[in-house]
Design a protein around this ligand. Structure first.
Ligand code: FMN
Length: 210
């Protein structure tokens, strides 16, 4: 499947086949393909909670407008955006620093510059940290959907859920924002999809403020 076909095939699938499992290897392949998404300073401030257990999915469904796809889909991801994912001492930040040193992309004496650059961009207001986490995780989430399509899987993104309720029910720490849930599986057999929805065209998207 080329990229044009992936873009044109992906749809938000409302009804999944609850009988058709998605194996672990495929989930991992999807995640690792999606993890090739770009991120600010390559900080990758995203994590996923994978739900497969029916009871856990029922708990999530009750917090997600009772959307049936949450229990029908064999795998549901709670997508997490880490607002602290730029801070000194954070595991990924430190791993990223080591990788940059190892690859020669940065020198030891540039550490202060690097940490201050991230701080100045993402620490000037709570919104800046939230924007950092959400924009990067959005790229990752979109990549998850395209990766799923490329592997023959169907997906459905959802932000119709009680954010604080989900945080509490799944013990999600305060540093995470939950931008969306993502149902993954296979379309219910016989399900007829509505025609693809309208999109703004390029002329509607391009604007100027002259
Ligand atoms: C961040 C995000 C949140 C969404 N939340 C929901 C949701 O809670 N429930 C739902 O039925 N659809 C939800 N959708 C699906 C959109 O309605 C759908 O993607 C859009 O109408 C375009 O349809 P398509 O994906 O089939 O092209 C969401 C989509 C995105 C990207």
């Amino acid at each position: 499947m080329n990229f044009r076909q992936i873009c044109e095939t992906r749809r938000a699938i409302n009804f999944f086949d609850p009988e058709k499992e998605v194996n672990e290897a495929m989930i991992k392949e999807m995640i690792e393909l999606a993890a090739k998404a770009p991120s600010s300073f390559n900080l990758q401030p995203w994590n996923l909670i994978l739900l497969r257990d029916q009871q856990e999915k029922e708990t999530l469904k009750a917090l997600a407008w009772d959307q049936p796809k949450v229990v029908e889909a064999p795998a549901v991801l709670i997508v997490l955006a880490d607002k602290d994912g730029w801070r000194e001492g954070h595991q990924t930040v430190e791993k990223n620093w080591q990788e940059m040193l190892n690859s020669g992309a940065m020198q030891e004496e540039q550490r202060e510059w690097f940490l201050n650059a991230a701080k100045s961009l993402y620490n000037w207001s709570p919104e800046a940290s939230l924007a950092f986490a959400s924009k990067n995780t959005g790229f990752f989430a979109m990549s998850l959907m395209y990766a799923a399509t490329s592997l023959g899987l169907d997906s459905h993104p959802m932000d119709g859920f009680d954010h604080e309720g989900v945080r509490k029910a799944f013990n999600i720490p305060d540093n995470y924002w939950v931008p969306l849930l993502l149902a993954i599986g296979y379309k219910k057999p016989g399900l007829e999809l509505h025609a693809a929805k309208w999109r703004k065209n390029a002329d509607e998207i391009l604007i100027s403020f002259d």
